[in-house]
Design a protein around this ligand. Structure first.
Ligand code: GTP
Length: 425
């Protein structure tokens, strides 16, 4: 029996995902028509040995989260539970805090995912690798190759090529260490929880040695998976690298959601072809490449959609509309002959007739899966807004015959004139 744990973070996480994370907990943001976290859950459902999925985070139980959990509990076979941290306990603290729930039923090992990574999760293969390589106190870490420069924004691993052992781990090094990076997907054997207990005790003694009277227990319980666990584990003979050449990305900025959308849509060919829209008759719009259209969306037959487009529920798309490389969120309206390229259109937003909402697509490095934009910030070194996708927050209205280019528009704005490279507050 295996378990899976998805680290979903909390409300003060996902700041680079604003304004979209102002409206919805980031793990529930829809990518390729599904909440981000559902892609992880569906991957776990492909592995019959995974009997329980625990979501660990510090989001309050909002209606959205409750609704999603209620849906997931009904829709999927493994038991699904949300374990809420009383405060942010870091990437490892929740694992220690909820160790009893994790160990219940004595799973052979447990998978751990960061919620904001996207890949095709070859879980069965990863679990076999783990069983064959590690003992009952081992860790498997999934890794991929990045470019020299990109690698420094991630956890970097040095591997013994003969044995596959991770001999060194550094989180976001200041100088180049290795182009092999941590994908945010791990397998932990049970005894890693015991190791965490040692970390906890060390934190406790550091706290008391520092004269703390013990009032802030979260300080002791806050554990960084990367610094407190992976770093000391590297070189101990107990941590092994599972290298993947599959597509992989992170969803940090809004722009990276477009990249993830493309990636997940392309994976549907293998995992769920029925989710991809097909055109080809007079009643349906023209479909180019990979497109997801929710069954409750209304798309005019003269619209041209794709590639890499998600049209979510209750969206209305008028005649002659063109959409490519974009996510159109629930309830948005794209009026006649409008054009949306490389953009995210927020919930219940409206793009007026003949208007154009456009962002800049960034091409991934041809040698790796990486697109600069995946980890890129909003501003460059001179403090200028980087050319990026355009994002309209919730309930934004773009008047007819307007161009909105490379701009971020906060919720509830009415755009009456054209804009370029602006953040509209
Ligand atoms: P940044 O580039 O600084 O965002 O670092 P990162 O890419 O390593 O991400 P980060 O360490 O912030 O988060 C990694 C994963 O852990 C994400 O899935 C987060 O949602 C999750 N996470 C981060 N902090 C916490 C926490 O305090 N509790 C829980 N349960 N999850 C967390």
């Amino acid at each position: 029996m295996w378990k899976a744990i998805i680290l979903i973070g909390g409300p003060d996480k996902g700041t680079r995902f604003r304004p979209l994370s102002l409206d919805i907990p980031k793990p529930l943001f829809p990518v390729a028509g599904l909440p981000m976290v559902q892609h992880h859950i569906e991957a776990c459902c492909q592995v019959p040995e995974i009997k329980e999925i625990l979501l660990i985070g510090f989001f309050p139980l909002s209606d959205e989260l409750k609704n999603f959990l209620a849906y997931a509990k009904k829709a999927f076979t493994p038991s699904i539970r949300y374990l809420q941290e009383y405060t942010s306990l870091g990437t490892g603290g929740g694992l220690y805090h909820f160790r009893d729930q994790i160990s219940a039923g004595s799973p052979s090992a447990f998978l751990v995912f960061n919620v904001d990574v996207c890949c095709n999760f070859p879980l069965q293969d990863i679990l076999h690798f783990h069983s064959s390589k590690t003992a009952d106190d081992g860790i498997t870490i999934v890794a991929t190759e990045a470019t020299h420069q990109e690698s420094m924004s991630y956890g970097c691993l040095v591997e013994d090529k003969k044995t596959g052992e991770a001999t060194h781990y550094v989180e976001k090094p200041e100088t180049f260490v290795s182009s092999l990076i941590n994908c945010g997907v791990y397998v932990f054997s049970q005894k890693v929880l015991q190791y965490m207990e040692n970390v906890f005790k060390e934190h406790q003694s550091e706290r008391f040695d520092g004269g703390d009277n013990g009032s802030d227990s979260s300080f002791t319980e806050r554990i960084s998976l990367e610094k407190d666990i992976l770093y000391p584990y590297a070189g101990s003979g107990k941590m092994f690298v599972y290298k993947t050449k599959e597509v992989w990305g992170q969803i940090k900025s809004a722009a990276s959601a477009i990249h993830a959308n493309k990636l997940y849509l392309s994976l549907y060919h293998k995992t769920n072809p029925g989710r991809l829209a097909v055109g080809g008759d007079k009643q349906t719009p023209t479909i180019i490449g990979d497109v997801f259209i929710h069954k409750n969306a209304e798309v005019h037959s003269t619209a041209v959609i794709g590639p890499n487009v998600t049209i979510d529920e209750r969206v209305v798309i008028g005649p002659g509309v063109r959409v490519s490389n974009s996510i159109v969120l629930p309830g948005a309206v794209l009026k006649d002959h409008s054009c949306v390229l490389n953009s995210i259109i927020g919930w219940e937003s409206t793009v007026g007739q003949w208007s154009r909402v456009e962002g800049t697509a960034h091409q991934p490095d041809p040698n790796t899966q990486f697109s600069k934009i995946v980890s890129g910030g909003l501003f460059n070194e001179d403090g200028r807004l980087c050319p990026s996708i355009t994002v309209l927050g919730r309930q934004v209205t773009v008047a007819p015959e307007i161009v909105v280019l490379n701009s971020i528009v906060l919720p509830n704005k009415a755009i009456q004139s054209s804009s370029k490279n602006l953040i509209i507050l």
